[in-house]
Design a protein around this ligand. Structure first.
Ligand code: AMP
Length: 178
């Protein structure tokens, strides 16, 4: 019954553009209306689930909006969620990777015991822009000896060519902004 409602909802209609946020010239893709609508949220998670292979061992979510989609997706698939976080948030031993921002550098961390050799994961975030965040996350996963089967996004800003930064890792985005 609920699957039928999900089929009918156009979740894309629940993503809104906020111009000049967080700074002038950036059009921020606000997913909060999508999250607030149960049918739209369920529909987008079901669509993400279609792009995760049956051999995947875990979902890796990137702080912070990647946690929201990653957690829901992991639950739907019966998988665990590995969290990649901003510096200083994870309490146990971590690996860190620095990555370039428009101005300066940032860092992401993963627990050293989060994954092991041979594990296969899919990385999830809400949006792919330049690809710096997802590519740093892929590096962290590889540091643990695990394999990135793919990267999955709700939205891709295709004009920024972020998929190129992922160097051969299969990328799938549900919605493309040209
Ligand atoms: P990037 O590392 O450039 O691919 O940036 C991706 C990260 O920044 C994701 O975690 C997004 O949530 C966030 N992000 C970048 N650009 C936007 C945007 N226009 N709207 C919403 N989130 C964005």
């Amino acid at each position: 019954m609920s699957a039928k409602i999900e089929d009918q909802v156009r979740w894309q209609d629940y993503i809104r553009d906020i111009p000049d946020f967080p700074k002038p010239g950036i059009v921020f893709k606000d997913i909060t209306p999508l999250l607030a609508n149960g049918d739209a949220f369920a529909a987008v998670v079901s669509e993400l689930a279609c792009h995760v292979g049956s051999d995947v061992d875990a979902i890796v979510g990137i702080e912070s909006r990647g946690f929201i989609f990653g957690a829901a997706l992991a639950q739907q698939l019966g998988l665990g969620l590995i969290t990649v976080r901003k510096p200083g948030k994870l309490p146990a031993d971590v690996h860190s990777v620095e990555y370039e921002l428009e101005y300066g550098v940032d860092r992401l961390e993963i627990h050293r015991d989060a994954l092991s050799e041979g594990h296969k994961v899919v990385i999830v975030d809400d949006l792919l822009a330049t690809g710096g965040t997802a590519s740093a996350t892929a590096k962290l996963v590889k540091k643990l000896g695990a394999e990135v089967e793919g990267c999955l996004f709700v939205i891709e800003l295709s004009f920024l060519n972020g998929a190129n930064a992922l160097e051969g890792i299969p990328v799938h985005s549900l919605m493309h902004v040209e």
